[in-house]
Design a protein around this ligand. Structure first.
Ligand code: ZN
Length: 121
């Protein structure tokens, strides 16, 4: 029986308004996409579709967990998270919930269970 496997990849990178407005950001991504497409083709995978969305780091209180480095959204500073954002379900794979604990920004996996935003709390 023939099947089709659809794969979803997530990636992220830091940029700023100056780079986006200057267009060098688009050039960098186009070059990356060409190389990724060629690499995928080498393994018989077709790159079907992709898109890029932007989120203000300060606006959403996004940072890297100080323990494991995973992207996180500090829910202590932004309790509503990505509410109202249609991509919120997708983003939760890329950006974990998190909060502050003993002076450190920690993701839900690294926070103690007893913390409001700790995993399984
Ligand atoms: Zn962590």
């Amino acid at each position: 029986m023939k099947k089709i496997a659809i794969r979803k990849d997530f990636s992220y990178f830091y940029t700023d308004s100056e780079e986006v407005e200057a267009g060098s950001f688009d050039e960098r991504l186009e070059t990356l996409d060409e190389e990724i497409r060629a690499l995928y083709k080498k393994y018989g995978v077709e790159l079907a579709q992709g898109y890029t969305t932007f989120y203000g780091l300060e606006k959403y209180s996004i940072c890297n967990c100080e323990a494991c480095g995973h992207l996180m959204l500090n829910r202590d500073e932004n309790p509503t998270g990505f509410i109202g954002n249609e991509l919120a379900v997708e983003i939760e794979y890329v950006i974990y919930d998190g909060g502050a604990h003993e002076g450190k920004q920690l993701c839900e996996e690294c926070l103690p269970f007893t913390h409001r935003w700790g995993h399984h709390s």
